[in-house]
Design a protein around this ligand. Structure first.
Ligand code: TRP
Ligand code: ZN
Length: 852
């Protein structure tokens, strides 16, 4: 049970630890209920730290013995750690503790998953393994000895010997405790190797449970491509003799960059054409790269404290996005990234959980692994790069690696490197790190005597704890087009620094059509009254692929919102423009598939709320479906031909071109199923030879209220594959009619395979209900109640995942009074629960704090 009043931690209170850790040696004697951890740690006074009491964090540990320089000591132990009198000079700390990994359901520290031992130490899990200064600015080399009868015993660094029942590992690179990892189990390896550009051969292994080894090839291939890319693009080479990846079924997040021993959620490793979709393949490639890239941006250079989390996460997300763009298509990748940014980060930034990219206080750090820190953190780096140019960026990054290798650094260090490398003053730019909220950019234009002027006004709305804000630096990439579609002014980056600012373009023969915020050059909401013809023109002619897609998105949003608020019918011009795009064979199929995807219901609700209209989830759902049906009717004659032309007959390839064709084919099948009674999708399901096609067909059927026989067949075929069954659970809830989503969820929670203690399964069911917009926001509150029931049930076992999933409630203040009252009632019920975790209680009280 947690403290009644959990403590708030402030950035301003940072002070260095009083000792330097020169070396750590750990011995693990593994046992499910009573693992012994013996530690030998060499401490020396830190001359740069103020005098302080010797305190080591430690939670849920049974201290067996402790000694300093070989003499037994009796430290003062509390629920948070221990204090002890220590010598004034260097000393050797020795302790032995006992822990119970089999009883660890929080999946933090040392725990067990399907008979295997594994660890998760970020952010503050190492303190559940032994007493230690568990903070990222304390870095040390580690030696680890593991004793266990299990066949595979792994830790960080290089192997240093092994025998019957034991193995030793040495990690020469000083690292903070959050990067510590240990794995022990009955595992098999998929092996390969990589020779670095300086000629060192690195042994690579992906470790999985027996039976899964034939689904590791894509992860390995992604790893090798990541290693090569980081050498070529950032000049960063790998620095150990081996690199291990382990797949684990029970994992709270996606993956973890432990030095030399990355641990992954198995859904981000295991893939075969039969079991994984193209989206799974793309995610695996991106996350393998992300964790690998952390070796430099995170591990070699780490964070001084957890407020600096974006230093490693924003940069590493930015790097993995660049990598995926290079591997696939930059245009498609950018559109997908902006779709997620808006769906997750804008939603967060515009609600009660809004916080700066670098927060200045927190209660539970696990609650700050957010879309703002990760995705907006990456956008901020993209803006920096746009402002200083590609060369300036490259120089700054070289300087960053030179200057800070081995450091625990801050955002100030990061920005200073850019200032020193480029001579720019970034003091105003720094507001992107300290001010929460999404800026709104209002645009108007005028045309007089051959001169065209764009007027911008930025508004920075208040967010919790930040009523007032200062104007930010906003890079606005703009291009101008002639009415005949020619580009008269190619992409130029306007640097907005004032609250209001105008930019003039001279010497134009005719009034141009502006293409503003190309490539989504800043994470802002653009507010401009654009006539539908102008959007249609940009959809047809914009040379910037992002803005071309954006014009289509804006048109679709306008159409559906007019259907909601005015009862309008979808306009023939819109249907024509969209159909033209869908059938335009000169365009990348992946791009066409994205253009056909209508804006989601949550995005439509947010847009209405922004315009001062209270969104009605049922009306939005109905209108969006009607828009889809109108599009289906318009395209009906062409769809069978389009599907046939996109059907590949050769062997499966997960590459971007083949995936793009499957994506467009799936979108076409979804539309066709709305008009053909399901015949094509039933045939496609029966004929599918890969999971992408199978899921596309099943989705199309469920979307049209069909597919019960296919669901049963799917379950019979895949019941023993947990990752595939996660899809089976999630799809039924995602496509449930709003009136039935809560009941469908409850029915599935009674299914024998609803293993609610497994985070993937919990997310695939409870997360799917929160993602069913009209189903979750059902007027009678049933959606809110079912999600709250399960959060309360999960919280005592796994607070981190319960807290993370409570973000389902972050938009309640948008809706009508009845819905608000019902959502608040559930948050109040959560807050009143006895023994609520610090994680969920922080989240529920921040969520509850929203206006209203
Ligand atoms: N550092 C990890 C990443 O982004 C994130 C992560 C994995 C994590 N597991 C976690 C964060 C558990 C907090 C708790 O790559
Ligand atoms: Zn990361």
């Amino acid at each position: 049970m947690e403290d009644a009043a959990p403590q708030t931690i402030y950035l301003a209170d940072y002070r260095p630890f009083g000792w330097i850790v020169e070396e750590v040696a750990l011995t693990f004697r593994l046992s499910p209920d009573a693992t012994r951890v013996a530690s030998r740690i060499r401490f020396a006074p830190n001359p740069e730290a103020p005098p302080q009491e010797f305190f080591l964090q430690g939670e849920d540990l049974r201290l067996v013995s402790a000694a300093i320089d070989g003499r037994p000591v009796q430290p003062d132990v509390t629920a948070k750690g221990l204090t002890c009198a220590v010598p004034s000079g260097p000393f050797l700390w020795e302790a032995e503790v006992e822990i119970a990994p089999a009883a660890n359901t929080a999946l933090e520290g040392l725990y067990m998953s399907k008979g295997m031992y594994c660890t998760q130490c970020e952010a503050e899990g190492f303190r559940k393994i032994t007493f230690y200064p568990d903070r990222p600015d304390v870095m040390a080399p580690f030696k680890v000895r593991i004793e266990s009868d299990l066949p595979v015993l792994l830790s960080n660094g290089n192997p240093a010997g092994q025998g019957a029942g034991w193995a030793e590992w040495h990690d020469p690179w000083p690292k903070p405790a959050y990067l510590f990892a240990l794995v022990a189990g009955d595992l098999v390896a998929h092996r390969d190797s990589f020779t670095t550009r300086s000629g060192r051969k690195v042994g690579l292994a992906v470790w999985v449970r027996p039976g899964d080894q034939d689904r590791c090839a894509y992860a390995m291939d992604s790893l090798i491509r990541s290693m090569r890319w980081d050498e070529e693009v950032y000049g960063r080479e790998y620095d150990l003799d081996i690199f291990n990846i382990v797949a684990v079924d029970d994992f709270n997040m996606g993956a973890m960059e432990n030095k030399g021993l990355n641990i992954f959620n198995s859904k981000l490793v295991l893939a075969s054409p039969e079991t994984a979709t193209d989206d799974d393949y793309a995610r695996i490639e991106a996350v393998i790269a992300h964790e690998y890239f952390h070796n430099w941006t995170g591990n070699r250079i780490t964070c001084r404290d957890w407020f600096q989390l974006c230093l490693k996460e924003g940069l590493t997300v930015f790097r993995d996005q660049q990598f995926s763009g290079d591997m696939r298509s930059h245009a498609v990748k950018r559109i997908e990234d902006v779709v997620t940014l808006r769906a997750r980060q804008f939603r967060e930034d515009q609600g009660p959980l809004a916080h700066p990219v670098r927060p200045d206080s927190f209660v539970e750090i696990n609650n700050f692994y957010t879309a703002t820190v990760y995705e907006k953190g990456a956008e901020v780096i993209g803006m920096l790069k746009r402002l200083v140019g590609d060369e300036g960026y490259a120089r700054a990054l070289d300087l960053y690696f030179d200057r800070h290798d081995g450091d625990a650094a801050t955002i100030e260090d990061w920005l200073k490197v850019f200032e020193d490398a480029t001579g720019r003053d970034l003091s105003q730019f720094k507001r992107w790190y300290s001010q929460a909220g999404t800026p709104r950019l209002k645009v108007s234009d005028d045309w007089k005597d051959g001169s065209y002027t764009l007027h911008f006004r930025q508004e920075n709305p208040p967010t919790p704890g930040q009523p007032q804000k200062d104007p930010r630096v906003i890079p606005i990439a703009v291009g101008l087009l002639n009415p005949n579609g020619d580009e008269v002014v190619p992409t130029t980056v306007l640097e907005m620094t004032e609250a209001e600012q105008s930019f003039r373009f001279e010497g134009l023969a005719t009034r141009p059509i502006p293409s503003i915020l190309r490539g989504f050059s800043a994470p802002v909401v653009l507010e401009r009254q654009v006539p539908a013809q102008e959007q249609a023109f940009l959809l047809a002619h914009d040379t910037d692929p992002f803005n071309r897609w954006e014009a289509g998105r804006a048109l679709a949003r306008g159409e559906i919102l007019a259907m909601v608020t005015e009862g309008a019918a979808p306009s023939p011009q819109w249907l024509e423009a969209l159909a033209g795009l869908a059938l335009d064979e000169s365009l990348d199929p992946a791009f066409r598939a994205l253009a056909l995807r209508l804006p989601g219901e949550d995005e439509l609700a947010q847009t209405l709320h922004d315009r001062g209209v209270t969104p009605d989830p049922d009306a939005i759902h109905t209108a969006r479906r009607a828009a889809g049906r109108a599009l289906a009717t318009r395209l009906a004659p062409q769809l069978p031909g389009l599907i046939a032309a996109l059907t590949d007959r050769g062997p499966f390839s997960p590459d971007a071109a083949a995936a793009g064709r499957r994506a467009l084919k799936g979108a076409a099948l979804m539309l066709l199923t709305r008009t053909d009674g399901g015949a094509a999708a039933e045939a496609a399901f029966a004929a599918a030879t890969n999971m992408t096609d199978r899921i596309a067909a099943l989705s199309a059927l469920l979307d049209s209220g069909k597919g019960q026989a296919e669901l049963a067949a799917f379950e019979a075929q895949w019941q023993d594959n947990p990752l595939v069954m996660d899809k089976w659970f999630a799809l039924q809830i995602a496509f449930a009619a709003p009136a039935e989503a809560a009941e469908t969820t409850e029915r599935l929670t009674a299914h024998p395979r609803f293993d609610w203690k497994n985070p993937n399964r919990f997310r695939s069911v409870i997360g799917a209900l929160s993602g069913n917009h009209a189903g979750f926001h059902r007027a009678d509150g049933a959606g809110y109640r079912v999600v709250a029931d399960w959060l309360l049930k999960l919280d005592p076992l796994n607070p981190q995942t319960a807290a993370r999933m409570s973000t389902a409630f972050e938009t309640w203040a948008r809706y009508d009074a009845t819905r608000q009252a019902r959502a608040k009632a559930q948050l109040d019920r959560i807050l009143a629960a006895p023994g609520l975790s610090r994680d969920l209680s922080e989240m529920a009280s921040r969520l509850r704090g929203a206006a209203g």
